[in-house]
Design a protein around this ligand. Structure first.
Ligand code: PLP
Length: 426
């Protein structure tokens, strides 16, 4: 296929795309900037921009403290109920609070206390470091009997189902996995793992940070016990927006938050001297939320619910598959190697390409000297360029343009003009 032919296909796919019009709901500063990092920080919904000025000007500025009752106090639970359909959960099972790291701590701690006598935690070597650090910290806190068992990976891309299952034994208290791996985008098949874990009496805690808002997740259908995840990635909640947590209905009364803050009390404004856990999911709140960030989350969720997560996932697969077909025809001779699963059923919404010059190629994409097109992916050590496809605003034409730029950069050795010295944030 010539590049003109593939360009025509890209334009046709955009024209036929039922989600194409959602791009207009986002703030897009320049049509010549191709943003492929929505898996790290989602774009700004236009409604959020207007909402935040209203929150600042009217709610904080004019209504002041009255805004707590009028707008703010119930928001954590209202947003949770809007996240529920996106992750296959039910009303009252999800709440927005704290950060993903902190929520993981709270839920893993609660699960370990509940699973008295069982002393192993299972995770895998592809997991996001904060998850492993939190678990290592919990083990320090719970004592030397506890251990962390990590399932290995043969190719640094995937974890075999048999490998993870073999780590889960009758001594396993808790299985903590990222549904979608942050580097390779490998995605677990949930049904087999939860079934095996439950047979062994283990609880399953998922980190949905790289999955929520991009792929269809069926927490209830797959009997998942606990989950956490970011709202600033595919949910487009804004930098540093608070995270969500999910606790299956029937576990809510059995688990206890290790951080008994007043927001998790049954009646915070009675100021009782003794803590009484709130009923349901609310007991997992801690203290006063960052209200500006919290309020900024809603418009992004509304867009996802309007578009439908099933449709979003479908387009995610189309975008990734189109990208892979172009990579194969145009980039495979140029030293690029796929760092993600080829099977779309085992992949989230980003693709990693490996190249010995990955960092400098990434710099050339982001800061072009001889092209009017700027492409923003990101880099993950040691040699991965990650391309995040956000179905609500990524177009097929952008995917096509990205591959053209990569071909130019390598064929013309453009990357040689860039330094390999890493910035603070890559
Ligand atoms: C992005 C990400 C996090 C980030 O956690 P914070 O507490 O928000 O910094 C955690 N886990 C996974 C899997 C992630 O992708």
């Amino acid at each position: 296929m010539t590049t003109n032919q593939s360009k025509t296909i890209a334009e046709k796919l955009d024209k036929e795309d039922p989600l194409y019009h959602f791009r207009k709901r986002f703030y897009i500063d320049s049509e010549s900037t191709i943003y492929l990092d929505g898996n790290s920080l989602g774009r700004l919904p236009l409604k959020t921009k207007a909402l935040i000025s209203d929150v600042v000007e009217n709610q904080w500025g004019r209504e002041l403290i009255e805004s707590w009752n009028r707008h703010w106090y119930q928001k954590a639970i209202q947003l949770g109920d809007k996240i529920a359909p996106i992750i296959g959960a039910t009303t009252g099972e999800v709440i927005v609070t704290d950060s993903t790291s902190l929520n993981l701590y709270k839920l893993a701690h609660a699960a370990l206390k509940y699973q008295k006598g069982k002393t192993t935690i299972v995770s895998d070597v592809l997991n996001f470091p904060t998850d492993l650090y939190i678990l290592q910290g919990l083990i320090r806190e719970f004592g030397a009997k506890y251990t962390l068992e990590l399932a290995g990976s043969n190719d640094n891309i995937s974890i075999e189902t048999d490998e993870i299952k073999s780590k889960i034994t009758e001594n396993t208290a808790l299985v903590v996995l990222s549904l979608v791996a942050f580097k390779s985008a490998f995605m677990y098949q949930l049904d087999e793992i939860t079934e095996h874990a439950h047979k062994m009496g283990a609880l399953v805690l998922l980190d949905l940070s790289h999955a929520a808002g991009a792929v269809e997740i069926k927490l209830n259908q797959n009997n998942v016990d606990l989950a956490v995840g970011c709202t600033y990635k595919y949910l487009n909640g804004g930098p540093g927006s608070p995270a969500f947590l999910f606790v299956r209905h029937d576990l809510q009364e059995k688990l206890h938050s290790p951080i008994q803050g007043w927001f998790g009390d049954a009646q915070p404004f009675e100021f009782d001297l003794n803590y009484r856990p709130a009923p349901g999911i609310r007991k997992f709140l801690t203290g006063t939320p960052p209200v500006l960030n919290l309020m900024a989350i809603e418009p992004g969720l509304d867009i996802i619910n309007e578009a439908g997560i099933k449709n979003i996932h479908k387009k995610s697969i189309q975008l990734s598959d189109f990208f892979l077909s172009l990579v194969e025809s145009q980039l495979s001779q140029l030293g690029f190697e796929l760092g993600s699963p080829t099977n779309p059923g085992k992949r989230g919404s980003h693709i990693a390409l490996k190249h010995p010059e990955a960092y400098r190629i990434c710099q050339a994409l982001i800061q072009p000297k001889s092209s009017s097109i700027k492409v923003i992916p990101d880099f993950r050590e040691p040699d991965n360029i990650r391309f995040g496809f956000t179905p609500l605003y990524t177009t097929f034409t952008e995917v096509w343009q990205t591959v053209q730029r990569m071909q130019e950069i390598v064929e013309n050795s453009e990357f040689e003009e860039y330094s390999a010295k890493r910035s603070d944030v890559t």
